[in-house]
Write a protein that binds this ligand. Structure first.
Ligand SMILES: Cc1ncc(COP(=O)(O)O)c(C=O)c1O
Length: 397
């Protein structure tokens, strides 16, 4: 029997329904609207207008720039000058002076020859992997890398091997084996400078050295580190020339949206000439480019903010540990409080919200079973007394 259009529609609907029905109730996600309501606070639409806003311990706006007047003013001015959207791809008629200005300023700040902007970090990662890998390439990726990088590997057709999180000995064994098997093969290593669910960082200097020794390209996702970690917030890849390509996003410490790739002139030119995710997409909206430029100027002028944030992160880790909680790994502004079961993580999230604190439970499948956690995120504009509020709301471990 020949399938009709109606039958094939039914087939996709049946497949989607089956997937949704197989999803355990506790893993069903829902969207919740939250309205910024003063520094580091958000008001939930479902909590009643008489409830106090929630202290934001969940967003990645590490430097509090999303609602900073200077950044808002830069975006508003760009809307007046350039319009809201760019109206076309960078290669058609969408390039504005603010794009070139931002690319040059970032290149200078990061010490990289070429920077190209993308509408999102997801897209930038896709482009980056496609630039550095083809179907003959072997990709060696940290087990916990971001989903967008895995999608990039799939799109490139490369073969994928994963190494245990931040385990550079295992990476070295795999690189050695790969070189022994095929001395001329293209190799690509993927890692992040601050892992968003773990709060951990690799030894980037050692990682870059290993890649250079075995002739592997290195793509470092600096999404969570830029503005916060490394010399004056320039990321952990800063000063390591052996990092082939850096990806960064403006959606976190920069407080807006959009992203970039930074590398040498060769990879920059390849991306410009060949990258589908760069060529076939509307250019980054001018107000976002202007906001990112203003954020960059702010970050470059006030490096002491990131130092103060890291100092606060160390104090929070010390106090949590002193109160009997497992010390959150790493030393950046992401503090994962490991609590074990999914139920306990959800109960603690609710308990904190009752006390006016917004902090999200991260559960399987985002993290392995038995390693559910509260993901505490620190930011520069938290009011004093926030740590005491948190400790009181958490109660005894
Ligand atoms: C490590 C990492 N890389 C890339 C991205 C994607 O960035 P964007 O939000 O700009 O798409 C994210 C954000 O979720 C991320 O956490």
């Amino acid at each position: 029997m020949v399938a009709t259009a109606g039958d094939s529609q039914a087939a996709w609907a049946i497949a989607l329904r089956a997937d949704l029905e197989a999803l355990p109730a506790e893993q069903r996600r829902r969207l919740r609207s939250l309205q910024p309501s003063g520094p580091a606070s958000l008001r939930a639409d479902d909590s009643g207008s008489d409830r106090a806003p929630l202290l934001d311990l969940a967003s990645n706006d590490y430097l509090g720039l999303a609602c900073h007047p200077r950044i808002q003013h830069a975006a508003a001015t760009a809307i007046g000058r350039d319009g809201v959207g760019a109206g076309a791809s960078r290669l058609v008629s969408g390039s504005r002076p603010v794009h070139a200005e931002l690319e040059q300023a970032l290149g200078q700040w990061l010490g990289r020859q070429r920077v190209l902007l993308f509408p999102s970090g997801f897209q930038a990662n896709l482009a980056a992997v496609q630039a550095l890998a083809d179907r003959h390439t072997l990709v060696l990726a940290d087990r916990l890398i971001h989903h967008s990088l895995l999608v990039g590997v799939k799109a490139s057709g490369a073969r994928l091997q994963r190494f245990a999180h931040n385990n550079l000995d295992e990476l070295q064994r795999r690189l050695e084996q790969a070189r022994r098997d095929q001395p001329q093969r293209r190799l690509l290593v993927l890692s992040e400078s601050l892992f968003s669910m773990e709060g951990t960082s690799p030894d980037v200097g050692h990682l870059a050295q290993l890649c250079a020794r075995y002739g592997a390209a290195l793509l470092l996702d600096e999404a969570h580190a830029l503005g916060v970690l490394g010399p004056e917030g320039r990321g952990l890849g800063h000063g390591h020339g052996d990092v082939s390509l850096i990806s960064g996003t403006f959606g976190k410490a920069f407080g807006s949206g959009g992203a970039f790739l930074a590398g040498d002139a060769l990879v920059g030119d390849w991306l410009l000439q060949h990258s589908g995710p760069f060529r076939y997409t509307t250019a980054l909206a001018p107000p976002l480019a202007a906001a990112a430029l203003a954020a960059l100027e702010w970050i470059a002028a006030e490096p002491q903010r990131s130092t103060a944030l890291l100092e606060r992160a160390r104090r929070w880790r010390d106090r949590l540990e002193a109160c009997g909680w497992p010390r959150p790994e790493g030393d950046g502004p992401i503090l994962p409080l490991l609590v074990g079961s999914e139920q306990r993580a959800l109960a603690l999230q609710q308990q904190l919200e009752q006390a006016g604190l917004l902090c999200v439970a991260i559960r399987p499948p985002t993290v392995p079973a038995g390693r559910a956690r509260l993901r505490l995120v620190l930011r520069h504009d938290l009011p004093s007394g926030s740590l005491e509020r948190l400790l009181a709301a958490l109660g005894k471990p």
